[in-house]
Design a protein around this ligand. Structure first.
Ligand code: GRG
Length: 294
């Protein structure tokens, strides 16, 4: 098991400081909306994996933090909206996230829906107002909208919902998570590359790396879901099992799931090493994605 080193913790702090600045505490007639968005986004212990990926990728290809920080935060806003909506009674109906009440339990269901809507919309406002040139901003908006929309995260969530209680194949599970989880992680890496001004073929390689890291991330998430329920409750019934969801662990068993996660990790490293840049930081983050649970 590995944890964030000092450098990753520093990046996490830079991101959290910037997220804080994006939400000034003003006494506006709709202050409940801003409070709910802040509650979901700040102070609850998220890993900030997506914005960190954007920052590190941008630095790897010679870009700088000041240029990528706003697009990186925009990805975190979209990720946070997806978590708020995923927790709603009509979806996963979860009462707790990151050890605190979920937004609909702390505020109300209406405010949770609207806080998610607001974070999604605000993400694109943040990009459209940042100081990058218009063609870069357009490229970022294209990637982010595609990876979070029907072809990406939202479509993946629909496949997930409609697959509950059914048995699906490994290929179908991979497709589901390619959209639901890997698309936004990949967008984070691609965004870092776009801001640094990489060429199209490098961008394609970054997309492949995003796919493998996204799959590894999801497999590890499935493993954590099972091992945590064993540690916490002493039983093998994870939250995914209770919802009758197919997972990598339910389809492959724990050992084969770990093997598949390692395989995706190795493939991401192989792609990274074709790039002829110093990819040490990205390799460290890839190792964290894999070894955060085993
Ligand atoms: C509701 C449109 C919509 C989409 C929801 C991403 C998602 C789709 C649901 C989240 C459910 C889930 C547990 C997905 C598996 C992988 C994942 C995205 C985990 C949560 O991301 P982390 O681990 O969370 O980066 P933190 O708390 O660190 O930000």
């Amino acid at each position: 098991m590995i944890q964030f080193d000092a450098d990753l913790l520093k990046k996490k702090q830079i991101i959290e400081n910037h997220l804080d600045r994006l939400f000034p505490k003003e006494n506006l007639p709709y202050h409940r909306l801003l409070e709910a968005a802040r509650y979901a986004l700040l102070g609850g212990g998220g890993k900030r994996m997506r914005p960190i990926l954007a920052l590190i990728t941008c630095e790897t290809f010679g870009g700088n933090t000041a240029d990528v920080i706003e697009p990186a935060c925009a990805v975190e806003l979209i990720h946070t909206y997806s978590l708020i909506h995923d927790d709603l009674p009509c979806m996963d109906n979860d009462d707790y996230r990151r050890g605190r009440l979920t937004v609909h339990r702390q505020f109300s269901e209406e405010i949770a829906i609207l806080a998610g809507d607001y974070l999604l919309t605000y993400a694109f406002e943040v990009i459209s107002h940042c100081h990058l040139n218009d063609s870069t901003k357009l490229a970022l908006i294209k990637i982010l909208s595609k990876r979070s929309g029907a072809e990406g995260m939202v479509g993946g969530q629909v496949i997930d919902l409609t697959s509950e209680g059914k048995s699906i194949t490994l290929k179908e599970l991979e497709r589901l998570h390619q959209q639901k989880t890997a698309a936004l992680l990949s967008a984070s890496i691609e965004i870092g590359g776009i801001v640094a001004g990489v060429e199209q073929n490098t961008l394609e390689t970054l997309k492949t790396i995003g796919f493998h890291l996204g799959q590894a991330f999801q497999i590890v998430d499935d493993i954590i879901d099972v091992t945590n329920s064993e540690i916490k409750h002493g039983k093998k019934t994870s939250s995914d099992q209770l919802k009758e969801k197919s997972t990598y662990v339910s389809l492959l068993g724990l050992d084969q799931a770990k093997h598949l996660a390692r395989d995706h990790y190795q493939k991401s490293l192989r792609s990274l090493r074709t790039l002829n840049y110093d990819t040490t930081q990205l390799e460290r983050l890839a190792a964290f994605i894999l070894y955060r649970s085993f």
